[in-house]
Design a protein around this ligand. Structure first.
Ligand code: SF4
Length: 457
């Protein structure tokens, strides 16, 4: 039997770790795994955002993230914070800023943690392919300058930072040197880590996200070993992005998060689903419970074949545990086949569950792969409903990837390897993509589905 001896859930262990305080929540070291989720309301709609934060907190999240795309939302964040306090909720608030340094610095005085994206904070995602050594160095200097003002503000207000690398929005500079690869993702984080050390700012968490489970695992593992080489251990936020919904979305999250946590890597998790965000918290908690029991579950792994025979009566729990196991074993040993033998489900149901998990790990593609973001304040159409429609209409193409994304700002980049896509635009309008090419103006969802059908024919 392969794999079983190394299979255990533990915390990051070999190095003394920086712990990060986000209000009262400790991330890193021996602190319990922190669970977080993100609102998908319009941040300017203070009442709706407060109500959603409360539902996320009631579901058991330790932290909640809110999108702050521009200076307009900064005042709204202040109001959200005030109303949550008045209602007795002191859950730490994270401002999801991505690329606007002015917004990030402003939010450092209001939020408990600020998330920035190194791919576009001081660099451009852009198309520039060639970077001279001088240009490269100048860009790093710009990064340090922009980081310094953010660090100063964070230090003053006790605010933490997440440097959140996304596979879909790497800077052209880092791609020019390392390609669009897990290594580029890890290097993008390492560059920022150097700047953090240069300014002696250590209230930082790092993350490596991708909609491709293996890319996300590989990038995080790489970052972890690069930190080990330098005898550093910053806390890691882990999660798979744009997983979609239902059992499929849960299987991707479980495979990616499971593989890392079972390797002892990760301090805070975000399950990402195109569903109400409180569902993410429920599944994250359930996944952690299943991971703790995984060592004792009924499975064998031999010659690339994983047999999973834990008699779960609940499909979500089964998917959580079996997908985590499959993601973990696949990373280290390559899984060729998964057989689920659960007496509580029919042979067809067991096969369907195995197919979902194999697809999540991209071991066997038996239907269309959907890449769909959880949406956020940038989304102006009913993405949950549209994803269901797209899945129903275009679910039977095993060789295709279809993206259903919330916004035109980040959507096209984040679904970069999709063959086709629908991306949100102005109110209730979406645009259709063929690969990276936009093939429509903003049109209604009905028109978009028709167009999709035509161009896929
Ligand atoms: S793609 Fe756009 S809408 Fe979707 S989560 Fe990312 S920023 Fe929000």
């Amino acid at each position: 039997m392969e794999g079983i001896r190394t299979l255990r859930l533990c915390s990051n262990k070999n190095l003394p770790e920086f712990t990060v305080m986000v209000k009262g929540v400790v991330i890193g070291g021996n602190a319990p795994m922190a669970i977080q989720s993100m609102t998908n309301t319009d941040t300017m709609d203070v009442a709706a955002t407060v109500a959603q934060c409360r539902r996320i907190a009631d579901a058991g999240a330790d932290l909640v993230r809110i999108t702050v795309p521009s200076m307009r939302e900064v005042a709204a964040m202040q109001a959200i914070k005030k109303e949550l306090h008045a209602a007795g909720y002191d859950i730490p608030l994270i401002a999801d800023v991505h690329f606007n340094p002015q917004v990030a610095v402003s939010m450092a005085a209001i939020a408990d943690k600020v998330r920035i994206n190194p791919g576009n904070y001081s660099d451009r995602v852009g198309k520039k392919k060639e970077w001279t050594e001088t240009e490269y160095r100048q860009s790093l200097t710009r990064m340090a300058e922009k980081a310094q003002s953010l660090f100063e503000m964070c230090r003053k207000h006790g605010t933490a930072i997440r440097i959140g690398v996304n596979h879909g929005s790497l800077s052209s500079r880092i791609i020019s040197r390392f390609g669009n690869t897990p290594q580029a993702m890890a290097m993008s984080a390492m560059e920022w880590m150097e700047v953090c050390r240069q300014f002696n700012f250590h209230q930082v968490v790092f993350s490596m996200k991708s909609s491709n489970v293996l890319t996300m695992i590989e990038a995080t593992m790489l970052l972890y070993s690069m930190m080990q080489e330098k005898k550093l251990a910053y806390p890691l936020h882990i999660g798979v992005t744009e997983t979609g919904n239902g059992l499929e979305g849960r299987a991707k999250s479980a495979a990616g998060i499971g593989a890392l946590l079972l390797s002892g890597i990760g301090n805070t998790v975000r399950v990402s689903l195109t569903e109400p965000p409180e569902n993410e918290v429920v599944f994250a908690k359930l996944l952690l419970e299943e991971l703790v029991q995984i060592e004792y579950c009924n499975y064998t792994f031999f010659d690339g074949v994983l047999h999973y025979a834990e008699p779960k009566t609940d499909k979500v729990r089964l998917v959580a545990q079996a997908a985590a196991l499959c993601g973990y074993l696949h990373y280290y040993h390559k899984v060729k086949k998964l057989v689920i033998e659960n007496p509580n489900f029919s042979t067809t149901e067991n096969q369907a569950l195995a197919d979902i998990i194999l697809q999540a790990c991209r071991i066997k593609m038996s239907k269309t792969e959907f890449i769909s973001c959880p949406s956020c304040g940038r989304t102006q159409y009913n993405i949950t409903e549209v994803l269901e429609k797209v899945k129903a209409q275009f679910g039977h193409y095993p060789n295709l990837k279809i993206g259903v994304m919330g916004c035109i700002v980040n959507g096209p980049g984040e679904m970069a390897d999709a063959d086709f896509g629908i991306v949100g635009g102005t109110k209730d309008k979406v645009a259709v993509f063929r690969g990276k090419e936009r093939v429509s103006n903003f049109i209604s969802v009905e028109e978009a589905l028709l167009l999709l059908q035509q161009i896929m024919a």
